[in-house]
Design a protein around this ligand. Sequence first.
Ligand code: X2X
Length: 336
Amino acid sequence: MSRIARRAVLAGGVALPLVAVRTRPARAAEFAYKFANNMAETHPLVIRTREAAVRIREKTGGRVEIQVFPNSQLGSDTDTLSQLRSGAVELFSLSGLILSTLVPAASINGVGFAFKDYGQVWPAMDGALGAHVRAEIAKRGLYAFGKQFDNGYRQITSSSKPIRTPEDLNGFKIRVPPSPLWTSMFKAFGAAPTSINFSETYSALQTKLVDGQENPLAIIETAKLYEVQKYLTVTNHMWDGFWILANRKAFEAMPADVRAIVEGEFNASAMQEREDVARLNAGLRTALEGKGVQFVAADAAVFRAALKKAGFYAEWKEKFGAEAWKALEDAVGGLA
Ligand code: X2X
């Protein structure tokens, strides 16, 4: 059936067998919201949020219908953040580091080599440090759900040469997500970072606009970055996670009991996604090697020392301010 014919049928309410094309319940939902994200269909964030949407529809008796738009289908991260603020998009998962263009405190978890392991990450992000960031987010008219989804520990990839030491990053053209902290960190390594949204990253690597990028293994796999990258250095230079953000007006339009279901189900999916991602990031090395990626070992302590020498920690301690820096150091120990 052509699109016009289908629209005519839907408009006329004619009882034809539409089951195959219809993905929404017959009655329009009271709250029909869009959830935007930048991940591939196969990434656990998409799989688990789709599951949350199904449970939310069921538990609210069809009052809430959340449609998941993966792959930056609604726009790049920076575009979508504007749409979220205007209310054109109601829900969006975004790295705290990119959110920091609006909420400076939100990039605090990205300080290089801050979190030793997940045993430090989740108590901090589910605890005092996360609460500090969520309070700052609330001041900007957005609402952040309680549980972040995991992105993971980030690793450097390259198409041109293996990166073994900070010196190898000298002048290296690397894509970083749009965020002052990311740019600052790679400049401190002596690299030449370019801010590019994730939606443009594959093609930027393919056309050699940049030679490298950095992301967790789960993304290198699901977004197929291995097709355009050759070397992968295990640096674990930063832990990154996704806040689930809601346009506050849209969120508060729902009654309290409905809001509790929506946030509760996203939070439950976050806990599952964290396990999925941890499993993927731990187990993908063999799969990626099978696709031709060469793994390169690196001494994280040497990279960290390079940041320190360049004044990176002193600079960001000053920028975040004493309260936020203390919340970070309470979680991970002394940094600078
Ligand atoms: O843009 C990236 O590299 C990504 C997918 O990791 C984030 O969303 C920060």
